[in-house]
Structures are given as C-alpha cells and as structure tokens.
Design a protein around this ligand. Sequence first.
Ligand code: G3P
Ligand code: CA
Length: 294
Amino acid sequence: MRRFSYHSFLKIYFSLLGVVLLILVYPFIRYTLSDPSNEIAVSSVKIVGHRGAAGHAPENTLSSFQKGLDLKVDIIELDIHLSADDELIVIHDATVDRTTNGTGAIEDLNMSEINQLDAGTWFGADFKGEKVPTLRDVLELVGDQCPLLIEIKWPSKGIYKGITQQLITLIAEYNIQESVIIQSFEKQYLQEIHTLNPKIQCHQLVLATSDILPIYMDRSIHFSYFEPLQDISSVNIWQYYLHSETITNQRIKGIRSGAFTLNNSDDIRKAVSWGLEYVITDYPNRAREALSKK
Ligand code: G3P
Ligand code: CA
C-alpha cells in the first residue's frame, strides 16, 4: 500500500487549514467591503442599550440602566441568571468573577451572598459599591419608562431549570407582557416561553451563520443551515455575520433583524441602510447621532 510522505501530509494539512481559515475570515471581509445601500430607514429602528449603557457605566447595574434611560434608549437589554435560592439575577457571565470583587457561580450563590458584592469598582472608582441587581430591582427602576429586552443565559453546564417560569411569573406581576421582549441563544428557553405565554415577543440570538456552508453557531455549533424558530419576531446576530441578503431574506419571512454589538457609527449606518431594525449598542448616544435620530 502506498504510504503518505511527510511532505504530502504537510501539503494536505496546510491546504485544509487554509480552507478553514478562509471560511472563518470570509464573513469579516464581506462585511468590511460591502457598501451601505443608499437609503436609511431610520424611523423603524430601535436603539437598544446593551447591558444598559455598558460603554458608560458598569454593565448590567442600576447605574448602567439609569444611564440608558438618560440617553433615551428605545429598549434596554440585560442578561439574567438564576441564583441558588431561585432569584433572577441580572449579570452577564455565569460567575461573578469578572464583574464583581467576588468569585463563584451564580447557581451556587444565594441572593444574600450576591448582595454583598461590589459590581462597580472594576469599571471605575466612581462606581464603588454598585450592587449586582435582581431583575425585580431593574423592573422597579425602569417601570414603564422603557421596554426591556431580557436575555436568558445558562450556567456552566446545561440550562437553568425553571428560569422561564420564574421570568413569566415576574413579567405577569409587573404587567409588562405587552412591552417585554425575551431573547436567547438557547432555543429551549424560547420554546418554553412561547408555551408559557405565546403572546410574549421573542427574539432568537445567533452568533454566526453561513450562506455557503451548512453550519451555524448559537450556544454550540450546528452542522445545518440556520432556520429561525417559528413565532420569533427578530433574529439578532453578531454584527460581523450580518449581511444585507440575510436581512432581506428574513424580512420576506416576516422576521426582523438585530445586531450586536454595534459601537461604531459607520457600522451602524451601514447595517441600518441594509434594513436592520434593532441596533444593540454600548453607546446609545453614538447610535442616535449616527442615525440623526431625535
Ligand atoms: O443582545 C445581544 C447580546 O447581548 C448577546 O451577546 O454576550 O453581549 O450577551 P452578549
Ligand atoms: Ca446580552
């Protein structure tokens, strides 16, 4: 039997590596080179304050949400996890390590322990003493001033059992069923929300899609073309995988498009010119200026 030489092995190895790199880099090149279309339909665009206004204040804290309100965002985005004693906690990561002075997984900590932590000093001394809020704290602060886009996260393994029921109960208590939007990279959460209350708007998050290969990524990699779930009103995608064709194709199916995290004025204008409706940004003021939105 013919044996591969070391040289042939290297040739095959580097050719395959080249193909993989090309596939990975292609969306970035395409995004960077594509032009904005001529018209910008600003009227239907919503400026979504990412984790409040995470460019101005420590993400997912009451200061950040207040800043979002001050900057007159159309929608406030935030992330939720479930504590060991079943409180809905507003924080991005599954642990408190990056954004507080503590350590540990949210799923292992009680509310009283989380309440001791400083979630502001890492961002700046002015924010010393800032707490990790509960979702109830945020609802109390925001009231009916602005709709919320609530992203349901997951623990280090699996999903939070019962988080969707907890969320639906709180939404009903605050009577925000008509204004709130739920989003997640985890399809099971969106399906549960839809079963619990089909009237609540849901957005599906996706990190990366490809229109040339059957592969997409949300929480994990799937080897098929991306198909939005039934009954979702928008697909929100990582900005570098957003293309005008994707937005147009989704619109044909009656689905809107959002992108995160758009912090650069040119990117915002380009994406909106393609028909993007949800601009998810750490700097709502930049988005407002870029779109000359009153
Ligand atoms: O709103 C979408 C965006 O928040 C998703 O990514 O990691 O910032 O939660 P991430
Ligand atoms: Ca988020």
